[in-house]
Design a binder for this molecule. Sequence first.
Ligand SMILES: [Zn+2]
Length: 207
Amino acid sequence: MRKNLIETALAMNTSGINSGTSGNLSIRSGQGMLITPSGIPYPDLRADDIVFVDENGEPQGIQKPSSEWRFHHDIYRQREDARAILHAHPSSCATLACLHKPIPAFHYMVAVAGGNDIRCASYATFGTQELSNNVLAALQGRKACLMANHGLVCLGTNLQKVLSLAIEVENLARTYSQCLALGDPIILDDEEMDRVIKKFRNYGESK
Ligand SMILES: [Zn+2]
């Protein structure tokens, strides 16, 4: 599990959704979670550097957990469907988040996050309980949300899915930003998005 976590963390960088040490990645493990440590570049990560945080939020390991461990911890406690969580500051998501703009149903693939929009969580200082509460609220009925003046959070049933979702949401954010630069994108209505969401469920969320 620790090696999978490191491989996916490295893939966050090669896929372009993360750079430096700003992002973090976790996977549910027993009653707790395994999470990337604070401040260590992914290429330098070794299995021992991954931190286990137990069900009470107590870290066990030689490194400190990511400064954003709190919302990872709270999401696992509230969302049974979360088996893996990814957080990063990809440029197009961060651009919209700095404008406090959610992503509406301008493209049918917005349904990949579970609903007819991708919300933007209200701003709070990084690492705080307030930020965690805001993220949980924005994730209600969704698998991804933007974070105001900050970035992106995605949850999924495994590491591969959570990485794919993050890449897709960043693509959507880029396209939506381009649409806003050119005019007013046409928004799909709720009836059409319900149809798409049902199709995604039936076809295993492929396309
Ligand atoms: Zn962050």
